[in-house]
Design a protein around this ligand. Structure first.
Ligand code: 0O2
Length: 221
């Protein structure tokens, strides 16, 4: 009997983790389609790269403990909404909202929560657009709505967040004020770089459009 229970538990745990992998596969496919179609129609790719991960069992348990969540699968599925996580790195800030909008409009995606840390950055300078969504996945004997966290940011925001995470985010002690100030200052520089690159991009587009229009006007036919 004990053996059977352990087997059942293992099966349930495997299915629990698999559901998140499937949700990520679904979303990755959606992003791939958007990316290819957008590039074909607009001759421009707004996505630099996409990274996805399923939270490790250790990390899940750490969060269960920290948030005092009951140790059972339904409670964990409901309370921890970033077990499946996907990070989309875009070229420019405007692309972030375009991509978010294209995903939000899809019929099988339900947006549960949207945190705009670009319009309202965290006190430390962190910027990113977070969407908590639900996506249905269809298995042999059930359909499940799976929570996924989608983080969308620019290359500069990603550069800052990745290094800040590495340096301090998981540091458990108080971070000295002068280092916090420096990190915030670095976030400001990343933001300025984003603005500058987007302005250059816009100006080049205007030049390109003018050139294209001139070519059409010069066409002898
Ligand atoms: P990991 O290792 O990336 O998964 P939550 O704890 O998620 O229920 P919270 O903190 O309100 O609630 O969620 P929020 O603000 O949406 O942040 C979730 C994720 O965003 C974090 O996941 C980080 O990935 C990222 N993030 C948020 N704030 C910061 C920050 O100040 N710096 C950096 N570098 N990343 C940040 P995890 O689970 O904390 O970590």
């Amino acid at each position: 009997l004990v053996h059977l229970n352990i087997k059942q538990i293992r099966t349930e745990l495997m299915r629990f983790m698999m559901a998140y992998e499937f949700a990520l596969e679904e979303i990755n496919t959606k992003i791939n389609i958007l990316q290819q179609e957008f590039e074909y129609v607009h001759d421009y790719n707004p996505i630099e790269h996409v990274k996805s991960r399923v939270k490790s069992p250790e990390s899940i348990l750490k969060k269960v403990k920290k948030k005092k969540i009951p140790l059972n699968i339904p409670a964990i599925q409901e309370k921890i909404r970033d077990i499946a996580g996907i990070r989309i790195t875009c070229s420019f800030v405007t692309d972030i909202y375009k991509i978010a909008n294209m995903l939000e409009k899809q019929k099988d995606i339900t947006v549960i929560e949207k945190k705009d840390y670009i319009k309202n950055p965290k006190p430390n300078g962190y910027k990113s657009l977070h969407l908590i969504i639900q996506i249905p996945i269809f298995m042999s004997d059930r359909e499940e709505n799976i929570y996924t966290e989608i983080q969308i940011r620019t290359i500069a925001m990603d550069f800052w967040a990745s290094l800040e995470h590495k340096i301090y985010y998981k540091y458990n002690r108080e971070i000295p004020q002068h280092l916090r100030d420096e990190l915030k200052d670095a976030a400001k520089s990343a933001n300025e770089l984003d603005k500058k690159m987007e302005r250059i991009h816009r100006e080049i587009n205007v030049l390109k459009e003018a050139e294209d229009a001139a070519m059409v006007n010069d066409d002898p036919k």
